[in-house]
Ligand binder design. Sequence first.
Ligand code: NAD
Length: 256
Amino acid sequence: MRLKDKVIFLSGGSTGIGLDCAKAYAAEGAKVVIVARHAAASADAAKSLGEGHLGFACDVSVGEQVEAAIAKTLEHFGRLDVIHNNAGIATPSKPLHETSEDEWDSLFNINLKSVFHTTRFGLEALKASKGCILNTSSLVGVMGQAIHAAYTATKGGMNTLTKSMALDYAPLGIRVNAVCPAGTWTPMLRTWCAEQPDPSSIERYLDEIHPLGYCPEGDVIADASVFLVSNEARFVTGHIMHVSGGAELGYRRPND
Ligand SMILES: NC(=O)c1ccc[n+]([C@@H]2O[C@H](COP(=O)([O-])OP(=O)(O)OC[C@H]3O[C@@H](n4cnc5c(N)ncnc54)[C@H](O)[C@@H]3O)[C@@H](O)[C@H]2O)c1
């Protein structure tokens, strides 16, 4: 029970990586507040964790909705220990000059401005609990990626933001870290696969980009996230943790 009675505000917890994190947090004794795009999916996800969790809709790109969601969390639980900014979108798969202004704005508002909102409205509560913030970033925010310029920019921004926030909030006793998946099988990745030029070869490609030999499910990200928000990581801040099966390491294997 590494997270016993911790209250965790988790965005994008209705599916994919977020849902796996929610399950792992609940299994470690946390009370999880799942906010995501759709009300029913959020409520169902919270219900699937057992008694005592909350799930409701909140568009994390809209400041007023985030303010109301954090107020509801505090009203219900009376405290807040962790903000996990996990909600995100990855589409479109396009080079920058083909990306529309609306697509650029959606990516930045959902993936990055959301962190601004949760921090503005959640910081006082984290100060009181000496809590922490975890951001779900991406390895491509470190490495770059073809035909995903705007998406990678949101995650590169998130990585720098994580470090700057870690410095600003260290004096308050608030840690700020990021977890970077390479590929993880989720609804988002399945949508992404369907958009690629040769969807039929993509599963093999996704296995091969990870030197450990397979594209994982969200449990590997959830396990790393439990560590980063737990007391075991009490001296870890500003860390961009790659949970990537080594995808960022050197040249490809000789048989590739
Ligand atoms: N799946 C991967 O391979 C992969 C790789 C690297 C990084 N990531 C990152 O992991 C995170 C989760 O991705 P996933 O693959 O589980 O995605 P997913 O599409 O399966 O789930 C996304 C979640 O975010 C929520 N969401 C989307 N827009 C929202 C909004 N405006 N307001 C509130 N909630 C919103 C959805 O409701 C859903 O709960 C994202 O930040 C993504 O960029 C995923």
